[in-house]
Write a protein that binds this ligand. Structure first.
Ligand code: HEC
Length: 117
């Protein structure tokens, strides 16, 4: 086996490992988003689902469809954390005893997910 061939083979091996690693990471990512969706339904939807008081108030400021946080594509984790931990307008702050930092991180992943369905 030539030296060049061995170097090439090692390169292909490394590329394969990276490719497999990449798809595993995105499976994890999908699982986090799914868990975030469940937590959102549990902790936020009482106010942010259709008919909720959060949705009602946000519908005064956002165009139709965008009053639902789940439909927004402009949210970022820092803004979500500020709203949740500090409260915003008529939304009361939510303490860590109620929604932990880990849970909030998952909820944020859901609300900022790229894949929409
Ligand atoms: C008790 C009801 C209630 C709960 C529970 C609640 N919210 Fe809210 N939320 C509101 C209200 C009301 C507003 C609108 C505030 C205003 O503008 O007066 C709001 C606004 C927000 C905003 C700001 C949106 C914007 O563009 O201004 C974010 C982000 C948000 N909520 C995230 C969450 C998340 C995440 C959760 C769950 C962890 C949650 N909220 C739980 C009532 C609630």
């Amino acid at each position: 086996m030539s030296r060049l061939f061995r170097i090439r083979a090692a390169g292909i091996g490394a590329a394969l490992i990276l490719a497999v690693g990449g798809s595993l990471a995105s499976a994890d990512e999908r699982q986090d988003v799914e868990r975030g969706r469940e937590l959102y339904r549990e902790k936020c939807a009482m106010c942010h689902a259709a008919g909720g008081m959060g949705t009602g108030l946000l519908s005064r400021r956002y165009p139709k469809g965008q009053e639902l946080l789940e439909n927004r594509t402009d949210l970022d984790p820092a803004f979500i954390a500020t709203a949740v931990r500090g409260g915003i307008g008529n939304m009361p702050r939510i303490a860590r005893g109620e929604v932990s930092d880990a849970e909030l991180a998952l909820i944020s992943k859901y609300l900022t997910r790229r894949e929409r369905n």
